[in-house]
Design a protein around this ligand. Structure first.
Ligand SMILES: *Cc1c(COP(=O)(O)O)cnc(C)c1O
Length: 395
């Protein structure tokens, strides 16, 4: 059996989006910046996509900028607000300890340039508190950046509350909504954000394309210099086939959201209940305030990497929070932020279900994961110490 349970990393391109990609690549190959008919046709298609994406987000077409994906959108939003803030002498940025690296690494860069970066903590449930944000936002704050939904543990953040706070204090608000768009309702006016980042490949669109919402009047500087594409804010010929495919994928995801969410929540409950029977384990993140497809656990006495390899052998594609795979021995900053100690954080497993996940696949994972955990524990010296009482259980 083959089970793809890593939809938070990327999703499979939808057939409709793929067909739209090919059709556009073959038929509408003109450069949207060209003045001839082929170029103008491409320009029309581009602007139609901008309007359709804007409509879904509750935005105006002029507030949508096409980018290469979530990372670029996050970078551009944060750097734009930081530069604009610095001009007015504002050099403080308030964010959270559980942001994606596209946000955290951009903030680290700004810290080296002299910005004060405040990362709000989260509780053990993995959710930031609006009161904590309220306490930190002051007249020196250039930007507040809080993600809509966390990519590792799936927790939904109080972005509407924080958006309202920012509005009241006149501070720009950015939200990384990459995990949310296409999965839960997202409305830029309800959130009250100035910037919102999204990425197509997280909702069955192609990789390498995304968008940034910028509220009218909010500062925007470009990361890429060159031509006057995207009204001078992002040089480079637009990837029209990818933009069309992203639009089609988003419309499809939004149209199916209701029934898909219902089905995913039921599969999620079944999977969480099934895995929670494993001794000495814990669910990461709040049980209910989470994305419908996210299941994240820590298992004591094992290494997440070994778990992934053995699951892969059984046909299950999963992910782990610990970052050894990405060349670092540090466990996930998100798991540490929710209070998992290093040893426990290393034994993490993230299974992210998608709209194509079946009940049979969930039942298969409920069979495989406990067996693999047991097999690894039987080989683990740490587990032996725990069993012999030489070490005490944390979970
Ligand atoms: C995937 C992801 C990103 C990065 O998006 P890319 O399009 O892959 O650059 C940023 N933030 C979050 C929360 C993500 O899940």
């Amino acid at each position: 059996m083959f089970v793809y349970a890593d939809n938070a990393a990327t999703t499979k391109l939808s057939s409709k989006a793929c067909a739209a990609y090919i059709k556009t690549a073959e038929e509408t190959f003109g450069n949207p910046s060209s003045l001839h008919s082929a170029g103008q046709r491409a320009k029309e298609v581009l602007e139609d996509c901008r309007m359709r994406i804007a409509r879904i987000l509750g935005a105006d077409a002029r507030e949508i900028l096409f980018t290469s994906g979530g990372s670029e959108s996050d970078n551009q939003a944060i750097l734009s607000a930081a530069r604009a803030g610095a001009k007015k002498g504002k050099r403080k940025i308030v964010s959270t300890a559980i942001e994606h690296h596209a946000v955290l690494h951009t903030l680290e860069k700004l810290k080296k340039e002299g910005f004060e970066i405040v990362l709000l903590p989260v509780g053990t449930e993995g959710i930031v508190r609006a009161e904590d944000a309220a306490r930190e936002i002051d007249e020196n704050t250039a930007l507040v950046s809080v993600m809509f939904a966390n990519n590792e543990i799936g927790t939904l953040q109080p972005v509407e509350e924080i958006g309202a706070l920012c509005k009241a204090k006149g501070v720009p608000f950015h939200t990384d909504a990459v995990q949310a768009v296409g999965h839960v309702p997202v409305d830029v006016r309800k959130i009250g954000c100035d910037y919102l980042a999204l990425s197509a490949h997280k909702f069955h669109g192609p990789k390498g394309v995304g968008a940034l919402f910028i509220k009218r009047g909010a500062p925007l500087s470009s990361l890429i210099e060159g031509g006057a594409q995207e009204r001078g804010k992002r040089a480079g010929t637009e990837d029209l086939p990818a933009i069309v495919a992203m639009t089609v994928a988003l419309e499809e995801a939004v149209a199916e959201m209701g029934p898909v969410t219902k089905r995913l929540q039921s599969l999620q409950t079944e999977l969480i209940d099934g895995l929670a029977k494993i001794p000495h384990c814990a669910l990461n993140g709040d049980r209910t305030r989470r994305l419908p497809g996210n299941v994240s656990f820590c298992f004591e006495g094992i290494e997440g990497e070994s778990l992934l390899l053995l699951l892969d052998e059984m046909g299950v594609c999963a992910s782990s929070g610990s970052a050894c795979t990405s060349g670092s021995l540090d466990p996930s900053h998100v798991l540490l932020a929710i209070g998992r100690v290093h040893d426990v954080a290393h034994g993490s497993l993230r299974l992210t279900l998608g709209r194509e996940t079946t009940k049979e696949e969930v039942l298969y994972m409920i069979k495989c994961v406990p067996a693999v955990v047991e097999r690894l524990r039987n080989m683990s010296p740490v587990w032996r110490d725990l069993q012999e009482g030489k070490r005490s259980y944390i979970l």
